[in-house]
Design a protein around this ligand. Sequence first.
Ligand code: MN
Length: 504
Amino acid sequence: MKVQDIIGLMKPLSKQDRDLVFRAFNFAESAHQNQKRFSGEPYFVHVYETAKTLADLGMSSITISASLLHDCLEDGKAEEREIEEIFGKEILFLVKGTTKLGKIKYRGVQRHNESLRKLFVAVSQDIRVIIIKLADRLHNMRTLNYVPDHKRHRIAAETLEIYAPIAYRLGIRRLNRELEDLAFPFVYPDEYEKTKELSKIRAKEDQARLEKFQRAVKKILVKEGMTDFSVHYRLKTLYSLFRKLERKNWNIEKIYDISALRIIVPNVEDCYGTLGIAHGTWRPLPGRIKDYIAFPKPNGYRALHTTIFTGYGNVIEVQIKTKEMHQEAEYGIASHINYKESSRKDRVSNFLWIKRLIPFKNYFGEGQKGEFDMEDVPAWIKELVEYQETIGKDSITKDEMKTDFFQQRIFVFTPKGDVVDLPIDSSPIDFAYAIHSDIGNNVSGVKINGKMKSLNSFLSNGDIVEVLTKKSGFPRRKWLEYVKTATARQHIRAALQKTQGNIY
Ligand code: MN
């Protein structure tokens, strides 16, 4: 493990930036000294690999340094004060954000996935924190085999339902695909086997024809006078094949994009030109021509897609795009964030989609507004945009979550990080009953964020709530005035009836 392995993946750095990464590397190495992972490897391997993933995504020295330090507070031997002194407020903010995000455990996976994703985004407060967390999770997934049995399933389910969809929505397909494929066998073992079997049979048939067709495409493009292009093919990942198989009643014959040919050309004009050449040479399958350049997908994806008869007895999807479009499709918002941190002005123009999707003023400087019709953007991404706009530059110092971000619900945590989803203005009593009726019935006091509070307090988003109980405790009639949830009300009434005649 050498710091050069990380720096080598980054764009050329100033001396200052290099020094920063060096310092973070050394600091993290000593903070995790003698610590081991479940795999038996030194703990430092984990933060080192996380940093490498981020370097590969093109993230800046600030984000990469924060990623090297991301487990220092929780698992290492570092103090917040130290990190602030050595690395400054911004890096400390990213480290703390990542730590906070890591404490959440999504027990509710299945029922409230969209809310939980929203929660994840809200808690992070900064997109860089999300990206660090995604890279962190990627390495944890790569080493999931070493994790104790009982934890494995929960981590994989969380990855599939929370992390991977967020990576997708942010356009970071490179992370999204790998997260999905790593989690797939743990969450759906039977479906995984079945999908793998089906794809193996198909892949064998496809491979030879694919290579032959690839050569034919290159030949025709050269013949038409094109010089600056590249052609390669990609296979659909197992998880996305599985999702599609489900939609097609497991009929693999109905899936046309298991393998696809990708043609990368210099500019948009060449994209349409190449499509013309392809259609002039091979017959397209009607109804399969998609112009995502004129009409980008909601997550910003741009390309031309068509499916053609190869002449070798099969059809194949052909994707035509520019280098920038390809870059966007793979790295999404990650490349954009990197641009935000850099000073060169001309860099923004290539990233049209993000300009459309996320018209953050602070991301593009004053005066530049997104002109995109926000209709197609998922609601919670829109909320994220608005949320980020309202907190703007304060985000670094602001620790509190804005409660109006969630209109009807709040999310609070148990001391262990489990999420409890409650109506707004709920009290600690609602919280206690949401966990268990016995806990509700025996409440004797409550700590909110480590401080004793009264039982009629209002809970706010992000509060960590610890319920104190007494065996002799039982509900009081006046609790009925404090509670917002039906569950709490029912349990209190039932308990009061049992102890009828009691003066309380
Ligand atoms: Mn970690």
